[in-house]
Structure formats: C-alpha cells, structure tokens
Design a protein around this ligand. Structure first.
Ligand code: ADP
Ligand code: MG
Length: 682
C-alpha cells in the first residue's frame, strides 16, 4: 500500500522546485496534503432558468445570438460589446467589456454559453465568460481553492487534478468498512474525488459527510484516549469517609437538594472515592445551586481527613463564597478562612500558619491561593469557580499544591454541549440542568434608549417597594471614543434624575478592592438602593433584594454574558425584571435581543450564541483547545459530533478496536498523535 503522506509533491507533474516551495508555504508537503487541500467553494456553471435567477446573481445560460452585436470604443483600450441573446423564451441583453475580438465570433443564431452577473432590472448579463457553442457538461462546477504566493487557482486545479490521476486510487479509507457501511458513507477515495470534482450536490453532501465523521471520530478518539490514559495513570487520592456523616450534614441544609444537584453530587462523590484523580467540569446556570454542591464535596474531603480549597476570580466573589460556606458549615466544626491579596500582615501570617498545621479546613480565595508561600497541610480537593477565567497555568500550580488532589471546575457560563465535549474533551462533565423549586422566572424586556424615562419610572416603583436595582454600563472612560455609555455619566445622570431620593453607588474595575468592598457592602445592606456598575458584578454577586436590572447598550454583549448579568436578579422569592436598553442596527442584533426576552435557559442562549458568533468568539477571545477542522463545522455538524463521541467511547473500550486488523489505520492515527503516552493534543 502506498503511503501518500510520505510522497513529496514534487513527484506530481507540473510541480517544480519553485512551485513546491510556494506549496510548502501553504503547509502542503506531501501528495496527501495536496489531495486534502479542499476547495472552499465552487464556481457553478450549471445552466439556470433565467426566470428563477435573482438580481445580481452570477449565472450561466445557454442561448442563441439574436441580431448584430454593436461595439463601442471609449478611451484608448476600453471597449463595450453589446448584443442580444434569446435564452429560452426570453430575449436578454449581454454586455461584454474590453474584449472587442469577440465581435467577429458572434454570428446570428449561433448557440453560445454565457457566464456573468444578472441585472434583473435591465434584463442584462454582464458577461465574464463566453463559450462559443453549447455548454460543456464536464465543466459545470469548478472548485475554487485558496492559494498563496504566485500560485493561481487554475494551477492548483491542475496540480490536484494530476495528483488525483496519479495517486487517487491509492487513497485508503481511514475508517473501517464496518463504519462506512453503518453510516452509508462513501469511501475516502470517492469522497476526495467528489469534493474536488463534484458531479452533483448529492454526492458532494455524502463526501462531506465522510470527512465530517472521520474528522470528528479521530478527534474524539484522540481526546478520549488521552483522558483514558490520564485516568489510568493518575493515581489520585481515595477519599474514604462514613457516608452517614455526609447524610447528617445534608440534613442540616436549609433545603432539600434538587434532583440535578443530587445527580452531580453522586458523580463527584464517585470520583472522590475512586483511585483516579477527579478532573471534572461542573456546569450549572446562574442560581442553579453550585455553591452547595461545592460545599458538600468539600465536606466529604474534610470527612476523609483532607483540606479543601475554593478559588474564585474576584475578591468580591471570594468574600461572598467565604460567607456562604461559613453559613452552610455553621452547624459543623469545619473551619473556613478567606485569603485574598488584601489580607495582610499578622492576619495573613496567622492564616498561613493555621493552613500548614491543618487548623483551617477550607481556604477560599482569589489567585492569592496559588502563591508560593501558601502551603496546605493536606490538600485533597481543589474547586475553582468560573474556571474559564483562570489560565491553565494557574490551575496547574494550584493542583500541584497537594499530592494529587481531586479537581472540580465550576462554571455558570453554560457551555454548549458541542463545545463542552470538544474544548473540554479531556474532562468529565457534570451538568445541573434544573433550578431549585419556586424560583420566579425573570421577566425580560427590550427597550430603545429613548425610552429611558419610562424605564426609570418603572425602576422607581420597585425602589419604592423597598427593592434595589442594578444599572449596568459596558465600559468606563475609554467609552467616549467607542460611543458607549459612561458609567460615571450614568451615575451622575441618575443622581440628577432621582434628585437624591435614593443612594446610588458606583462600581467599576478602576476602584481598589477596599472601595469595591465598601460599595458592595453598602448595596448588600441596602444602604445603597441603586448600583451603577460595569460588568464587574457579572459573577457570583448575591443580593436577593435586588429585583431589577437595567443593561445599557445591551447589543454590545454576547447572549451568554447578558444572561450572566441578568442572573444577579431573581435571587429572592420576589418577581424580578431585566430591561435591555438597545438600539441594534442589524437584524441579527434585533434577533439577539428578542431571544433574550423569550428564554431564561442559559443553555439555549449559549447554543444561540455559538450559532450567531461562531466557536472562536464564544469565549470572548480565541480559546485554545477549540480545534479547527478542515471540513467539519462544530455548529452545523453537531449531531455528527455527538455520534462520533459515542462511537469513539465504544471503540476505545472495546477489545476489537485494539486487536482487529480493520481498525489498524485508526489505531495508527491515535498512536501517531502521542495521546496514548499522555501527550497533549495540539
Ligand atoms: P450558583 O449556581 O449560581 O452558584 P448558588 O449556589 O449561589 O447558585 O445558589 C443560588 C441560590 O439558590 C442560593 O441562595 C442557594 O441558597 C439557593 N439554593 C441552592 N440549592 C437550592 C435548593 N436545592 N433548594 C432551594 N434553594 C437552593
Ligand atoms: Mg456561584
């Protein structure tokens, strides 16, 4: 069998040294690379019925020349050739620029094939290509390739054409016959042929399906092989404890757990008590009750004689978590401490001391937790909240503070399932998909900025009932340039508007942590009724008496972020409201605002967000770990991804996969990637 990945492209007819270098610059080295360089679109020369063609669409039509062409020169070299053509029952005009020599070739009643742009109003084709004679069936659809340097698309077509002739038959399917049959997929050879020279849409679709599945399956095999390897290699702690003690703790909680909380807890406890190191992502919408799950998990670790750490991205959040944990553990003798960069001097030394001699059971904090001076006596469980805000490196350092503590990552950003199983493919995922009972759905409205008076009237009514409100502004100061609302301005405006009736706080990232804390404390104690803030309140803040949120320039935020922000209200038993102030210009923008008013389900919104913004943008910036596929598209082909994920799992844990000949190619590909030795995917 010929291995096309080892045959250099120079063996292809027409490719010399210089061309080879240009191709290398595009990452094309071997014949296989060349054959896998697929068109990014197709030029469609198939004949169309002119009555179905839209204005400005590109078309190819066959017709008969009608009447003499007329040629007009203007300027030195510029010319314009006009003639009439009968296309079916329509008489249309054709215009052809700067090709005067066509005139003599156009004879009345000749059949010609024209390609060009259709102007519906003038019933005119601006011709880019004329074939003298009827259309040639072979060239109906031409592939268009990305090219670089001095290589032209035409050349690329020829190289690939030649490569297909010489080596096309040597293409071996990576997928075994059994999978091809199962999913009725064409062979790799057929698929490659068809992608370069599609005979029809149907064939193109099937060929795409082959590669979508192959790419996803290989990706899933690699990522799951890596996870399997890590599981088998990583000797984690075995947390042993008396489950009755844990049950007793559960009874002290102010509420029964939801079904979803119980389920994810079971998954976590299973990991804790297993000899593998836990590497789990816990997803749950804002307010779904992740904190209590974290608390119970930490309690299990403590029962088995270990300490726990809870790491969060902001100081405010650290304080809130420390408070909630202290409350949840008030009927136990668990000792919770808070460590942030503002804990200094004697107090800090004391905490560090107690941590290293085991007097502190749970340490809550920001990245201050991963400084070198912080050492635990016996760290058994690390939980991070809002994990995507931490760098991989920070997570590693914290993990290494224990021998090999179990790790749980929590996030309130509902990550679409498709992304979760790709970007976080090497983690186990638990999902809380149920809200505690009795929660009122937040009513969301969309208003134009000019309706601000009415909106503020509404806010005032809530304030008069003794409620509190958030007003969210996108950015501070720089915003002038970017034409976004300035938080300070909004603060002043509201102050003016309400004429001192209410206390209005101002919160933004430029405040030092002491001032932030002061503002937050005042808001928590209802000394401040209206909090104007940038997005720093996004995560975790919990003031149940706040029932209304106004978001300025809402169209500037992603759906998931809006949902996160909105989650700051609706935390108590009262009806809460969210008003989106937005004047979106585009249809997509309007669509986004509408979706926000229609659903409270973070997962639905995140799927929409992914659909509207694409995977690269999903996390706000390019997220490493989101793989790029040649043919497959994570958003549109998510069903195939799900299928591939399950298949990969079945294969990896089956004996046949590791032994039988027809899986050899797949095995080779996994082995080559190095994941079976624990190498990271790149
Ligand atoms: P998040 O998942 O956003 O971190 P929290 O853990 O802060 O959510 O929980 C939100 C609120 O719901 C808290 O006030 C918490 O006490 C409450 N809560 C959590 N679990 C339950 C439950 N099973 N029943 C009733 N209330 C609950
Ligand atoms: Mg939380």
């Amino acid at each position: 069998m010929t291995n096309l990945s080892t045959i250099p492209i120079k063996t292809i007819k027409g490719i010399g040294d210089e061309t080879a270098n240009s191709l290398h610059a595009m990452g094309i080295y071997s014949v296989e690379d060349l054959l896998m360089h697929f068109p990014y679109r197709y030029e469609d020369y198939r004949l169309r019925d002119i009555s179905e063609v839209k204005h400005e669409e590109k078309i190819t039509v066959e017709g008969k020349v009608h009447g003499e062409p007329s040629l007009m020169y203007y300027g030195k070299k510029k010319s314009r050739l006009t003639f009439r053509v009968f296309v079916g029952r329509f008489l249309v005009k054709a215009v052809c620029f700067n090709r005067p020599f066509f005139k003599n070739k156009l004879n009345i009643n000749d059949t010609i094939t024209l390609t060009g742009k259709w102007d519906q109003h003038r019933q005119t084709i601006t011709v880019t290509d004329i074939q003298f004679g009827p259309s040639m069936k072979e060239n109906e659809v031409e592939p268009v390739y990305s090219v670089k340097g001095n290589i032209t698309v035409k050349q690329m077509r020829r190289f690939i054409h030649n490569a297909l002739i010489e080596y096309g038959d040597d293409l071996q399917s990576t997928l075994p016959e059994s999978l091809l049959t199962k999913y009725k997929l064409p062979s790799k050879r057929e698929s490659v042929q068809a992608l370069h020279n599609p005979i029809n849409q149907e064939m193109l679709k099937h060929s795409r399906r082959y590669f979508v599945y192959e790419e996803f399956l290989l990706f899933q095999l690699k990522i799951q092989a890596l996870r399997k390897y890590k599981r088998e290699q990583s000797k984690g702690l075995i947390h042993q404890f008396n489950h009755n003690d844990l049950q007793r703790f559960l009874k002290t909680l102010p509420f029964p757990l939801t079904g979803a909380q119980e389920r994810v807890l079971k998954e976590i406890i299973h990991d804790l008590t297993s000899p593998f190191r836990m590497n789990r992502l816990l997803q749950g919408d804002v307010g779904s009750g992740k904190t209590v799950v974290a608390a119970i998990s930490l309690y299990a670790a403590i029962l088995s004689g270990y300490q726990g750490a809870l790491m969060v991205p902001t100081e405010i959040l650290a304080e809130q978590h420390a408070k909630s944990l202290t409350t949840l553990f008030s009927k136990t003798n668990v000792k919770v401490e808070l460590l942030t960069s503002s804990v200094k001097g004697k107090k800090r030394r004391e905490i560090l001391e107690k941590l290293s001699n085991g007097e502190i059971d749970i340490l809550v904090g920001t990245h201050a937790l991963i400084q070198e001076e912080v050492s635990f006596q016996k760290l058994g469980l690390v939980i991070t909240d809002e994990q995507h805000r931490f760098g991989v490196e920070q997570r590693r350092v914290l993990r290494e503070k224990g021998e090999s503590p179990d790790v749980l990552f929590m996030t309130a950003t509902p990550i679409p399932r498709t992304l979760a199983i790709t970007a976080f493919g090497e983690m186990d995922v638990s999902i809380i998909d149920e809200m505690p009972a009795g929660r009122k759905v937040i009513e969301t409205y969309w208003a134009k900025h000019q309706m601000i008076d009415r909106v503020l009237g509404f806010v005032e009514k809530e304030l008069q009932k003794g409620k509190q409100a958030y007003v969210i502004c996108p950015l501070i100061e720089e915003s002038e340039k970017l034409d976004v609302q300035n938080a300070i301005d909004v603060h002043d405006m509201l102050h003016h508007y309400f004429r001192g009736k209410w206390n209005i706080g101002l919160m933004h990232g430029r405040l030092n942590s002491e001032d932030k804390e002061k503002v937050m404390d005042a808001f928590t104690r209802n000394e401040v009724q209206l909090l104007v803030s940038t997005t720093v309140v996004e995560v975790g803040v919990n003031v149940p008496n706040a029932t209304i949120m106004i978001i300025y320039d809402a169209e500037r935020f992603g759906l998931s972020q809006l949902h996160q922000l909105r989650g700051r209200v609706g935390r108590g038993s009262e009806q809460s409201y969210c008003v989106l102030l937005a004047d979106p210009k585009s249809e997509a923008g309007k669509e986004r605002m509408k979706i926000m008013t229609e659903t409270n389900d973070g997962f639905v919104l995140s799927e929409k967000d992914l659909e509207l913004r694409g995977p690269g943008d999903f996390f706000g910036k390019k997220q490493s770990g989101v793989p790029e596929f040649k043919v497959a598209d994570m958003v549109h082909d998510y069903r195939a991804l799900e299928v591939a994920r399950q298949d990969a799992h079945e294969l990896l844990y089956s004996k046949a996969f590791w032994e039988e000949e027809h899986y050899k190619e797949l095995r080779n590909m996994i082995e080559k990637s190095g994941v079976m030795n624990g190498d990271k995917l790149d």
